[in-house]
Design a protein around this ligand. Sequence first.
Ligand SMILES: Cc1ncc(COP(=O)(O)O)c(C=O)c1O
Length: 388
Amino acid sequence: MSFDFDTPVDRLPSHSVKYGLRRLKFGREDVVPLWVADMDFAAPECVREALRRRIEHPVFGYTLTPPSALAAIADWQARRHGWQVDPDWIQMLPGVVPGLDLCVQAFAGPGQGVVVQTPVYNPLFEAVQRNGRRLVINPLAWRDGAHGMDFDHLASVLTPDTRLLLLCSPHNPGGRVWRQDELAHLGALCVEHDLIVVSDEIHADLVYPGAKHLPLAALSPELAARTVTLNSAGKTFNIAGLNTAYAIVSNPDLGRRLRDAAHTLHLEGANLFGPVALEAAYRQGEDWLAALLDYLKGNAELACDHIGTHLPHIGCTMPEATFLLWLDCRALGLDDAALRQRLVDAGLGLSPGIQFGPEGSGFMRMNFALPRQELARALRALERGLAA
Ligand SMILES: Cc1ncc(COP(=O)(O)O)c(C=O)c1O
């Protein structure tokens, strides 16, 4: 079956964050938005058909998550990642980000330490700050165009009141897929220091050939017992606006604490449409996903080739996962505001690297999940914006 990622979809009438907030974010309506991490592609037809079928039923009252959606999640994790999940371990959530906040509330007391490895998707450290926990930073090392974990530094910053580590796996930004030895080393430190780990695996299904995502909780029973995995079909199938995510928690004590935190805010469960879309995607969407990954890989190659040829002073590495490029613009010697403005003036709205932590200074994150012809146009604009 063939799938069309080339034909542009007009998102303007759809009240999308990516297009609708351009003036607020960039001061102009006309930048090509390459910031928020959703894709400019239509969701798979199987998902749209399942939603249409649900809409045919005329009552939209309070809803339960169908057991078939939980079974679809368990089967997906087994089939795609070799992880045997009991549907009873799954808790539905209104998003991975609300899940991060709930985990911070559930697993660390006020003032207790929570580790985050920056640069990272900013809600990970914001969840710590806005809940009044102590942020413990273990900066990632940037070597040869890729992030790596600094285990010695991590061991040096852990104190007895550090309770929790928030992992982004695969990593955003930078697109690393953590290898088994890296996860095992991290896991050993968490066991040694008795940390609970929240593993945000929302990018787990957007991994390119050559790398393999390993769910942290599947590494060993010891790690499973201290891991809460957060995930969603939102990124993979471009249905983030349905505000539906899930936690997988095999340890009943951690599961209860997370459920209690969710209950306090009435955040348990999912909305009516999200599980319908998720189930259709996980049951029928694999061909679409294979085609998507192929297309995204082609886009990433086009972007890296273009940047390598026309902007050799800009660092650009093929990501192992995600539809986000992490561009090293430090050779331009601009401060972060000036760098961002150069791109806005060239007609592009990217995410400034500094948004993900101080280590992101001088970098820009670029979303490449758009029709190839539009990407090619954006790359010509990038050339103007980042010329030496
Ligand atoms: C690592 C990571 N976690 C979570 C999210 C957002 O998750 P949700 O929309 O389910 O809150 C994103 C979106 O960019 C992300 O990159």
